[in-house]
Write a protein that binds this ligand. Structure first.
Ligand SMILES: [Zn+2]
Ligand SMILES: [Zn+2]
Length: 346
């Protein structure tokens, strides 16, 4: 497979879709159709996370690196995206399953932790059950800060069929930015520890097929969903051509917080940032955080959970004068576009 070399920074980028459901849980696709959709959407890797299942195959399919994980799912709370595990885990107890994932050599992300709150911070108006992370004193290895499907459902006014049709037709308008409470929790967790608590962005796509009509109706097709929330990994060298090695490289990068989370529905141009999320850099005289975007955007830099910099611009060169954790948020026309993981300056 050809790596996406990005000449200017001399790096290689790999785009991935994470949090996907197949026919082995409540999705409809098999590995062949899902990987084809990922290829058409320009993804290099996908991580399929069926509810309580590891049945899907993994390997290279249709030019896409397919990795399997599990969404450990009790009926109504505490969903957990477990990556790098070999045996399926079935447990309702977060403390227990977080440990079990570690025991298997894996790591995990609390999925859609604040599901149920619409963009005004109010509870969902529709009757569908919201699945939250119920005890924020229980610290997961990482957090899914943005979940497309959850956010769509949170903003769905299910009063009548017209509002359902409206919400479906204008579905992308309902996706704005990660939940504020989730971001707050993520910053707090990072403020309380030296290590980096990583985050990822999920589509939570299922490709539902409504069969009660003369022609079955496909909603939220995989390909369209794959063109929304994407995780961009950055490497200095191309990844291995061997599947097992590449899987390790990708999972290790996600564990470290290398991924930049972007919504490609908002903008397709990946921002150029000189420091990669998850990296640890020593404070020095000439340490700068350089950010460049194709169009004018709102660039925000957060230092230890507090906003340090905010400007509408195409470029930012900020001298880093203090130790701590820095992360970047980029918004386009008031909508969330890109989120880095923390960069640790020590
Ligand atoms: Zn879930
Ligand atoms: Zn899910």
């Amino acid at each position: 497979m050809i790596a996406n070399k990005y000449e200017k920074l001399n790096i290689f980028r790999y785009l991935g879709g994470i949090h996907i459901h197949s026919m082995f849980s409540d999705g409809t696709g098999d590995i062949n159709s899902i990987s084809k959709a990922a290829k058409r959407a320009g993804l290099d890797f996908i991580i399929v996370t069926d509810h309580n299942s590891l049945e899907i195959e993994e390997g290279f399919f249709n030019g896409v690196c397919v990795i399997k994980g599990e969404e450990i799912s009790s009926d109504n709370k505490n969903h957990y995206l477990a990556l790098g595990i070999n045996e399926c885990i079935q447990s309702d107890n977060p403390k227990e399953f977080i440990e079990e994932v570690k025991k298997q050599g894996g790591f995990g992300f609390a999925a859609h932790p604040d599901e149920g709150e619409n963009k005004k911070g109010l509870n969902r108006k529709n009757p569908y059950l919201a699945i939250k992370w119920t005890d924020k004193n229980i610290t997961p290895d990482g957090i899914e800060i943005w979940n497309w499907f959850s956010q769509w459902a949170d903003n769905l006014d299910d009063g009548n069929i017209f509002s359902l049709i409206y919400c479906y037709l204008f579905k992308h308008n309902l996706i704005t930015e990660p939940n504020k409470n989730t971001m707050k929790w993520w910053d707090e967790l990072n403020n309380n520890t030296e290590k980096i608590i990583p985050s990822l962005g999920g589509t939570d796509c299922h490709e539902l097929i409504l069969k009660d009509y003369i022609i079955p109706i496909k909603i939220f097709p995989y390909e369209k969903m794959f063109k929304t929330i994407t995780n961009v990994l950055t490497f200095e060298k191309p990844l291995s051509e061997d599947f097992a090695e590449r899987k390790d490289q990708i999972l290790n990068a996600i564990k470290e917080g290398n991924n930049l989370i972007i919504n490609r529905k908002i903008d397709k141009n990946i921002p150029e940032i000189n420091l990669t999320g998850g990296s640890k850099v020593k404070l020095s005289e000439n340490l700068y955080l350089n950010i460049e975007t194709k169009k004018k955007t709102l660039i925000q830099i957060i230092h230890n959970g507090k906003e340090l910099y905010r400007k509408i611009a195409k470029k930012c060169n900020l001298k880093l004068k203090e130790k701590g954790k820095y992360r970047v948020e980029i918004k386009v026309k008031n909508k969330g576009f890109a989120y880095t993981n923390p960069i640790l300056v020590y």
